[in-house]
Design a protein around this ligand. Structure first.
Ligand SMILES: Cc1cc2nc3c(=O)[nH]c(=O)nc-3n(C[C@H](O)[C@H](O)[C@H](O)COP(=O)(O)OP(=O)(O)OC[C@H]3O[C@@H](n4cnc5c(N)ncnc54)[C@H](O)[C@@H]3O)c2cc1C
Ligand SMILES: Cc1cc2nc3c(=O)[nH]c(=O)nc-3n(C[C@H](O)[C@H](O)[C@H](O)COP(=O)(O)O)c2cc1C
Length: 580
C-alpha cells in the first residue's frame, strides 16, 4: 500500500497551504504523484520557467502482456499502458495470442495480466503462447523483471491457475519477480487498479531530474461497463420435448431503444436475480427473516449459491465456531465438505445469527451470465435470441437450480424484463470472404451462435460453403432448431449437416467421431482455407475435439506435429472456440 505522505513544515508554503496540499497529496497513489510531478515540471518547462527537459536517456521498456477470453485482462492492460506512459515508460501492450515467446528476452520489464478459463486452462487463443512459454525452447530471461496479475473465479478448483503458471515459469526462466503474483476474484477491479498503480510506481524510473511526459489533451475516460439495459422478453418457449433429459429454452429479447447492437458470435450477458425461495432460506438460516431490505439486496446483488474456501474461513472467523474452524483449516476435509455444497449448506450446517452487514461481507457479488447470441440483426432487427439450457441437478441431498438459467426457464415469461449487456466476441466471427468455407462444430446449446451465423449468411446471401456438425442426445427430443436447420439445408445456406446423437443407439456417438470419420472431407475444406468453429461444453467436448483434430492434422507424423498444426490454425485465427 502507498504510505501516506506529509509535506514538511519547512516547505515553502503558508501553513494553510501545507494543510491543503497534504489533503490532496497525502492520499494520492504513486501514479497520481508521478503525474503531478511530471505535470508541474512540464508546465514550468513550457512557460520557460525551468530548463527544458533534459534528455535522460531512452525510456525504459515495459511490456504489458495479457491473456484474455472475455476482455477483462485486456481492459486492465490498456489502462495500465496509459498509466505507464505517464510514469515515463516506453510501454507496449500485447495479447499473448499474438506474441512470440522469443521476444520476451528483450522486454525489459513485463507485467503479465492473465485470466484462467476452462478448468484451470489459459484463454484459448493464448494456448499456443503458453505451450511455447512452458516448452524447452523458451528463452532464458536473465535481466528481465516481471510481475503477474492473475484473474480468476475462486469458485473454481484451479483458481487463477494460468496466472500462477506464468508467474512460476517466468521465474524459472531467470526473470526477476518484483512482487508476489496477485490473484483476484470476480470483483477484481478496485484491487487490480491499485495493484497496477503500486507496481508501476515501484518499477518507474527514479530519475528525479527528468520531466515526465504529460499529455495536455483531454483526459481519456476510464473504460466503463455500459449500464445494463432492461430488455423485454418478446418470445419464450421450450425447444426440447417433454421426453428430453434436459430442458432447453429459446428466448427472444427486444433491444429496441437500447442503442445496443451485436454481430453473430457475440454474447448477451444477463444480470440474473436469485431464486426468492433460496433467499428466504438464507435469511432464515441467519436469523434475518424480517429484513426486507436485506432480502432485496440478496436477491439482486449477491451470489448466494457458490461456496468458496475463503467463505468457509471467513464464516469460521466471524462466528468463532470451533467445529467449523477445524473443518475450514483442514484443506482435505474442507474440499470434501465443499463438493456439491453451497452457501446455504454452510449456513444450515453451522447455524449462527448474522448481522446483515456481516452476511453481505461474506458473499461475493452476483456475476452476469453470458449466452451466445443465436440470431443475426440482419434478419431479426432489434432482437437478440438466446438458447438457454436449464441447469438442474441434485447434490448433497438437495435439488439445485442454476441461478440465471433457472430464472429464465422457471420465473421469466414473455413481457417480463431482464437487465442485459452485449459482450462482443471479435474472435468468433464469420469469415470476411465468401470463398472461405465454414466448419461449425457444436453440441447442445453450442448450436446457438451457428443459428446466428446461418441467419447472417441467409440475409447476406454470402454463399460461403458451410458444414454443421451438431451433437445432441436424441434425434426426436433435443435436435434444437431442427426445422430451421432443415430449411437452411434445403435452401443451400447450409451445405452439409452431420448429426451425432449420443443416446439413440447403444454406443455413444459424439461430434469428434464424425470428425474422424469425415477426416478426408475436413482436410479438403482446410486445404480450401476453411475456418473451424467450436462451441459448447468445455470440459469434455472441447478436449475430445482438440485431440481428434490434432490426430487428423498430424497425418501420421506424431502428436507433436498434430499439436503444432493445431497451434498454427489457432494463431492464424482459423480455429475459433467459444466453449464454456
Ligand atoms: C461465452 C459463453 C457463452 C455461453 N453460452 C451459453 C448458451 O448459449 N447457452 C447456455 O445455456 N449457456 C451458455 N453459457 C453458460 C452460461 O453462461 C451459464 O454458465 C449457465 O447457464 C449456467 O448458469 P446458471 O446461473 O444457470 O448456473 P449457476 O448458478 O452459475 O451454476 C453453475 C454451477 O453449478 C455447479 N454445477 C453444475 N452442475 C453441477 C452438478 N451436476 N453437480 C454439482 N454442481 C454442479 C457448477 O459449480 C457450476 O459452475 C455460456 C457461457 C459462456 C462463458
Ligand atoms: C467458462 C468459464 C470458466 C472459467 N474457469 C476458471 C478457472 O478454471 N479458474 C479460475 O480461476 N477462473 C475461471 N474463470 C473465471 C475467469 O478467469 C474470470 O471471469 C476472469 O475475470 C476472466 O478474465 P478475461 O475476461 O480476461 O478472460 C472461468 C470463467 C468462465 C466463464
Amino acid at each position: 500500500m502507498t504510505k501516506p505522505i506529509a509535506l514538511p513544515h519547512t516547505a515553502p508554503f503558508a501553513p494553510e497551504q501545507i494543510a491543503a496540499l497534504d489533503k490532496v497529496i497525502g492520499g494520492a497513489s504513486a501514479v497520481q504523484r508521478a503525474w503531478l510531478s511530471g505535470f508541474l515540471a512540464g508546465l514550468d518547462a513550457a512557460e520557460g520557467k525551468a530548463p527544458p527537459a533534459t534528455a535522460a536517456g531512452p525510456k525504459p521498456k515495459l511490456l504489458i502482456l495479457y491473456a484474455t477470453e472475455s476482455g477483462n485482462s485486456e481492459a486492465l492492460a490498456t489502462r495500465a499502458r496509459q498509466d505507464a506512459a505517464k510514469l515515463g515508460f516506453a510501454a507496449q501492450v500485447q495479447d499473448m495470442a499474438d506474441a512470440d515467446v522469443q521476444t520476451l528476452k528483450s522486454a525489459g520489464t513485463i507485467i503479465a495480466i492473465v485470466s484462467t478459463w476452462g478448468d484451470g486452462e489459459p484463454p484459448q487463443r493464448a494456448a499456443p503462447f503458453f505451450r511455447a512459454l512452458m516448452g524447452d525452447a523458451a528463452p532464458r530471461l536473465e535481466g528481465v523483471k516481471f510481475a503477474v496479475l492473475a484473474l480468476g473465479d475462486s469458485s473454481y478448483a484451479q483458481f487463477c491457475e494460468s496466472g500462477r503458471q506464468v508467474d512460476a515459469r517466468l521465474e524459472a526462466l531467470g526473470a526477476v519477480r518484483t512482487g508476489p503474483c496477485l490473484e483476484l476474484d470476480l470483483d477484481y477491479e478496485p484491487a487490480a487498479k491499485s495493484w497496477l498503480s503500486e507496481t508501476l510506481g515501484h518499477l518507474a524510473p527514479k530519475d528525479a531530474g527528468s520531466v515526465i511526459h504529460v499529455d495536455f489533451q483531454k483526459p481519456v475516460p476510464a473504460a466503463s461497463k455500459t449500464a445494463p439495459f432492461p430488455a423485454e422478453i418478446t418470445a419464450h418457449g421450450k425447444l426440447t420435448s417433454e421426453r428430453a433429459q434436459a430442458e432447453t429454452y429459446h428466448v427472444e429479447f427486444s433491444l429496441a431503444g437500447s442503442g445496443l447492437s451485436y454481430e453473430p458470435g457475440d454474447a448477451l450477458a444477463i444480470m440474473p436475480t436469485n431464486d426468492p425461495a433460496l433467499v428466504a432460506q438464507v435469511l432464515r438460516a441467519t436469523g434475518q427473516e424480517q429484513d426486507t431490505a436485506l432480502a432485496e439486496n440478496l436477491t439482486k446483488n449477491y451470489d448466494i449459491s457458490t461456496l468458496t474456501a475463503r467463505q468457509m474461513k471467513d464464516y469460521a472467523g466471524l462466528t468463532g465456531d470451533t467445529a467449523l474452524t477445524a473443518l475450514a483449516e483442514d484443506a482435505e476435509k474442507r474440499t470434501e465438505f465443499m463438493a456439491g455444497r453451497q452457501i446455504i449448506d454452510l449456513l444450515e450446517t453451522f447455524p449462527h445469527q448474522l448481522e446483515a452487514s456481516n452476511l453481505t461481507a461474506l458473499l461475493r457479488p452476483l456475476a452476469p451470465r453470458y449466452y451466445s447470441i443465436a440470431s443475426s440483426q440482419k434478419l431479426v432487427g432489434e432482437e437478440a435470441h438466446l438458447t438457454i439450457a436449464r441447469l438442474a441437478y441434485h447434490s448433497a441431498g438437495r435439488a439445485r437450480l442454476g441461478v440465471a438459467s433457472g430464472q429464465v426457464a422457471d420465473r421469466l415469461r414473455t413481457g417480463d424484463h431482464a437487465p442485459v449487456l452485449i459482450r462482443a466476441n471479435p474472435h468468433f466471427r464469420l469469415p470476411a470472404e465468401a470463398q472461405t468455407p465454414v466448419v461449425m462444430i457444436g453440441a447442445g446449446t453450442g448450436v446457438a451462435p451457428y443459428r446466428g451465423f446461418l441467419q447472417e449468411l441467409e440475409a447476406t446471401a454470402a454463399g460461403n460453403d458451410t458444414w454443421l456438425i451438431f451433437g445432441h442426445r436424441n434425434f426426436l427430443y433435443d435436435f434444437l432448431y431442427q426445422l430451421e436447420i432443415q430449411d437452411w439445408l434445403k435452401s443451400g445456406v447450409l451445405g452439409r449437416l452431420d448429426l451425432a446423437t449420443s443416446r439413440d443407439q447403444p454406443e455413444k456417438r459424439y461430434v469428434q467421431h464424425i470428425l474422424w470419420e469425415q477426416r478426408r472431407h475436413l482436410r479438403a475444406r482446410l486445404d480450401d482455407g476453411a475456418n473451424i468453429y467450436l462451441c459448447g461444453d468445455a470440459k469434455h467436448m472441447a478436449h475430445d475435439v482438440d485431440a481428434t483434430l490434432m490426430r487428423i492434422l498430424a497425418d501420421g507424423k506424431g502428436q507433436d506435429a498434430g499439436q503444432a498444426a493445431l497451434d498454427a490454425l489457432i494463431s492464424a485465427g482459423r480455429y475459433k472456440k467459444d466453449v464454456y
